[in-house]
Design a protein around this ligand. Sequence first.
Ligand code: ADP
Ligand code: MG
Length: 323
Amino acid sequence: DLTINKIAAGEVVEGPYSVVKELIENAIDANATNITVEIKEGGQKYIRVSDNGKGIHEEDVELAFTRHATSKIQSLEDLASIISLGFRGEALASIAAVSQIQIITKPREQPYGISLDIVGGKVVNKQQVGSPDGTTIEVKNIFFNTPARLKFMKSSQAEATKIGEIMSRLALSQPNITLKYINNNNIMFTSPGNNNLEQTIVSILDKDLFKNLIYIENSTNDIKLYGYISQPTYVRGNRNFEIIFVNGRFIKSKLLYKAIETAYKEKLPINKFPVCVLNIDINPNIIDVNIHPSKTEIKFHDEEIIYSFIYKTILANLAKHTK
Ligand code: ADP
Ligand code: MG
C-alpha cells in the first residue's frame, strides 16, 4: 500500500545518489553493456538512466514496481544474502513512491516497448510505444510528496559529486561496459567500454595521463595485483585518485594508501598524491569484507604481507620507469 511504500522508501531512497546507484545496479544485473546516466541539479529534479540490457516483459512491468518483486532470487544462497542485505525487490517500488517516474522498456524478443508513468506510487499511464531494446527510467522531483524529506536534502553539488564518484568507480571497475555520464547537459565522460583499462582511466581523468601511466602487475599464490600508477611528476592535491578495487569492489584502505604513498615518498612533492587504479584479486579466505554493499572497508588477515607486497611492487616499478 502507498503509505507503507513511502515509509519503506525512507530506507532505500536516501537521495538522488542512492537512486542512481540502484538504477545502475539494475542495469548491470540486466546485462547491459551500455549505460547512460544523466542528471540535472544534483539529480533531485531529474535523473535518467538508460541501458541496452534485457528489458522487462509487458506483463512484468507494473510488477517490478511493487514491493518484494524481484526476479533475482534463484537459490538459497541468494536468499541468505538478500535477507542480510534487506531491501531486495524494493528499490523501484521505493523510488516510485516518492517521485514521478517514467519507464520505457523493451525486451529484444518483444516487438514493441511499454511505457509506464507512475506518480507518487500510482500508475497514471501505460501504453505500447516504439523503443530500442533495453530500459530507460526517468525519475523526476524526488521527495515531491514528502516535504519533510525534501527539506533535509543535501546540496545538489554534494549529490552531483557523489554521483560522479560512483560513475567513475564503476567505469574503472567495469571497463567492459560503456558508461556515459551527463551532468546539467555537460558530458562529464564516456568510457570506451572496450575492456582497455588505460583508455578508460584516460577517458575519466584527463588526456595528459596517457604518457604518465605505468602498467604494473605482480602476483603471489593468494594475491594478484594489476593496474596503473602515475609517474611521480603527475600528481594530485588529494587522495581521491588512489583508486583500489579488491575482488572487483571499490575499497578505501589507510593501510594500502600508506603502502602506495610510502613507495612514492622521496619522489613526490610535499602534500601531493599519485594517481593510481589498482585491482587486487585476493583469496577471499584471507580477508574479511563487510557484506553490506555500501561499505568500503576491508580487513586483511595479515596486514604486513599485503602492505609489503603493494609497497615493493610499486617501488620496483617506479625505480624501473623513472629517472
Ligand atoms: P531487485 O533489483 O532487488 O530485484 P528492484 O526493485 O531494483 O529489485 O527491481 C525489481 C525488478 O525489476 C528486478 O528484479 C528486475 O526484474 C526488474 N528490473 C529493474 N530494472 C531493470 C532493468 N534496467 N532492466 C531489466 N529489468 C529490470
Ligand atoms: Mg535493484
